[in-house]
Write a protein that binds this ligand. Structure first.
Ligand code: UDX
Ligand code: ADP
Length: 466
């Protein structure tokens, strides 16, 4: 293998493209990494002098960007030009669930991926290795290949392509750590030489035995399957939390007991308000769509039930809040602590908080929302009332301070496991809530005794003593 990758272009400066390319640039000083995006504002933020203003918050990301930006890591809107210079192009664009048309509600919308393939077909020069980084439905590589093939046929200058699948397994909030110490790097493809070249990038910091090679379809399917399995564990433990509450068992004890079985393992067994994030629901629905498409309705139903359980569980929590507050929250102030779908991220995509807040607003509650990282404009977009049939719509405001949010509330609902919420002074809270007050802990981060001894009511997920 004489050829070396010198220029990488990543299309899409989002949650996946941004951190992944920052780590590649940091670990491969000889490679020039160009991250491009159509979104002008997003690129401006990536180039912001103040590293606290990057468009994505990830622990460790700002330091890496500070080290590499304008050295071998560049952010721009020059999509065409950077494709032209690249030996390797990563496609890292959004693939949301389709809202309309064939497969609506389940299949991924591939219009952004298709647009990228067309851009690469048009502007690339010589040989280009195209890498699918976004999570894609199985056999998307076929779509990309057929678009690229047309450009090979129609072009006078010689263009050639290889297509690889290299799904990202990073988890938000620990993206940098996951990228630096991955459990595995998966590369699916047909051409050994192209796989070697991508592998040579990762082998700058990833041990060789962690770089797995598969055929391209296994790689695409493995990514969907990994997310489906993880989400399935959460729906499983959340279903058991409801049973714990009904029977007097405690879901934390049950999780500890089953998690110490090596075959099950302790991770992803924390019952919470229901899983969120950009991947789990989308990827499972994708799997459902594929199963239906390939005539496997039983497989489709099995996976769909994981999403249905999650939806039910989120509603269960909002209904529970209403029930505990004497069956009505109309006109009552409720403090919502946490809006991000999990801690250490500003991402709210599919956050359980959206469903739960919407339910409470529909019941007429006055919400005071606090989150250390999520911006008000984002919450506003998330809570926009698309359904104009709300009978008694409540209202919401945002609080910058935890105690301001709690002041005068009938209930405090913890929805994200931010560390600052573990340090709340419950004796102080007891003097500012409206009594009788309820504290709802959907993340099991509060010591019940501290709340109870201050004369407030306490509920936590999966606690049979509630
Ligand atoms: C996930 C996968 O973990 C990652 O490998 C993939 O590349 C993208 O999707 P992410 O969406 O960042 O990553 O979040 P993750 O940490 O997996 O959590 C997803 C959701 O499950 C969150 O809402 C989280 O709060 C919830 N969760 C997680 C639980 O409720 N309980 C758990 O035990 C673990
Ligand atoms: P992910 O979580 O998969 O990274 P994001 O939505 O955070 O998804 O980021 C995807 C990015 O891809 C967005 O910033 C979007 O503007 C960009 N994008 C989508 N299509 C194109 C395209 N054809 N060319 C350049 N950028 C694109």
């Amino acid at each position: 293998m004489n050829f070396k990758i010198k220029n990488i272009c990543c299309i899409g400066a989002g949650y996946v493209g941004g951190p992944t390319m920052a780590v590649i640039a940091d670990k491969c000083p000889d490679v020039k990494v160009e991250v491009v995006d159509l979104d002008v504002e997003r690129i401006k933020k990536w180039n912001h002098k103040d590293l606290n203003k990057l468009p994505i918050y990830e622990p460790g990301l700002a330091e890496i960007v500070g080290r590499c930006r304008e050295v071998n890591l560049f952010f721009s809107n020059s999509v065409d030009k950077k494709i032209k210079n690249a030996d390797m192009v990563f496609i890292s664009v959004n693939t949301p669930t389709k809202k309309k048309g064939l497969g609506a509600g389940k299949a991924s919308d591939l219009k952004w991926v298709e647009a990228c393939a067309r851009q690469v077909a048009r502007y690339s020069v010589g040989h280009t290795i195209v890498v699918e980084k976004s999570t894609l439905p199985v056999r998307t590589a076929e779509v990309i290949k057929s678009i690229l093939k047309e450009s090979v046929k129609s072009n006078v200058t010689a263009k050639t392509f290889d297509v690889l699948s290299n799904p990202e397994f990073l988890s938000e909030g620990s993206a940098i750590e996951d990228l630096i110490n991955p459990d595995r790097v998966l590369i699916g493809g047909e051409n050994e030489n192209a796989i070697d070249l991508l592998s040579s990038i990762y082998s700058n910091w990833v041990p060789k035995n962690k770089i797995l090679r598969t055929n391209i379809w296994s790689s695409e399917l493995a990514k969907l399957t990994a997310n489906a399995f993880l989400a399935q564990r959460i729906s499983s433990i959340n279903s058991i939390s409801a049973l714990c509450e009904a029977t007097g068992a405690d879901v934390r004890e049950v999780a500890r007991a089953i998690g110490s079985d090596k075959r099950i393992g302790p991770k992803f067994l924390d019952s919470g308000p229901g899983f969120g994030g950009s991947c789990f629901k989308k990827d499972i629905l994708n799997l459902v769509y594929l199963s239906e498409y390939f005539g496997l309705p039983q497989v489709a139903n099995f996976w769909e039930s994981v999403v249905k359980l999650n939806d039910w569980h989120q509603h269960r929590i909002s209904q529970l809040v209403v029930k505990k507050l004497f069956g009505t929250v109309s006109g009552k102030k409720i403090s919502i602590l946490g809006f991000a779908f999990k801690a250490n991220t500003n991402d709210t995509r599919e956050s359980a908080a959206i469903r739960i807040c919407k339910d409470l607003l529909e019941e007429g509650a006055i919400l005071s929302i606090h989150d250390p990282k999520v911006e008000m404009s984002q919450i506003s977009r998330d809570l926009k009332n698309e359904n104009q049939n709300f009978s008694k719509e409540g209202s919401w405001t945002m609080s910058e301070d935890i105690y301001d949010s709690i002041n005068g509330s009938d209930a405090v609902v913890i929805l994200t496991e931010w560390e600052e919420y573990t340090k709340i002074k419950w004796d102080k809270v007891s003097t500012i809530v409206r009594r009788p007050a309820w504290i709802f802990d959907s993340r099991s981060i509060i010591d019940p005794k501290k709340v109870l001894k201050n004369g407030m009511n306490f509920w936590r997920v999966g606690d049979g003593l509630n």
